[in-house]
Ligand binder design. Sequence first.
Ligand SMILES: C[S@@+](CC[C@H](N)C(=O)[O-])C[C@H]1O[C@@H](n2cnc3c(N)ncnc32)[C@H](O)[C@@H]1O
Ligand SMILES: [Zn+2]
Length: 176
Amino acid sequence: MPAASSPASKTAVRSSNVPYIVKSSSIHGRGVFARRAIAPGDAIIEYTGERISWDEANRRRDDNDPLNLTYFFTLNDGRVIDGGVNGNEARYINHSCEPNCEAIEYEDGSVWIHALYGIARGDELSYDYTLVYEGRHTPAIKRAFACHCGAPTCSGSMLMKKNSARYRANIRLMQG
Ligand SMILES: C[S@@+](CC[C@H](N)C(=O)[O-])C[C@H]1O[C@@H](n2cnc3c(N)ncnc32)[C@H](O)[C@@H]1O
Ligand SMILES: [Zn+2]
């Protein structure tokens, strides 16, 4: 269920006070870090990019490389934001099993990354990707989606477990 209205006039952050910075991450590649303290609930950045159908997303995916969905964000209506096309820094936010942010989809279709808790300057921003992989979770797939978030409760995988209620709910959403 999308949240009602997106952050007021989408000016959550003035350019002089941008709360994030992109730099190298110990989780993976590049990550996004707090450039200053961020308050609980703050809208940090919108997840932008080209909006495409799930069919188009599948066409863009290299089937030999399941991780080639890197900058895809799946919307509640089954469409996808491809952050690789006209996307912003939000596409560099890594996944964590103990995230300090959440992605909220608003009724106007925008997606914003919000702080779940107070975040200290220098902390890496993360959210739970809630990734669904419907195919068999073979050893190769498990390796490809291994999670390196480093959280004490890390599940070891960026994929949602197939027997979880959330996985089943996401499948229903994707199937419309
Ligand atoms: C949206 S990108 C995040 C930015 C990425 N670090 C980069 O440099 O482009 C998502 C990709 O980052 C990697 N990634 C993100 N979170 C991860 C994690 N917790 N463990 C391992 N790899 C992760 C995976 O390759 C994933 O497909
Ligand atoms: Zn993890």
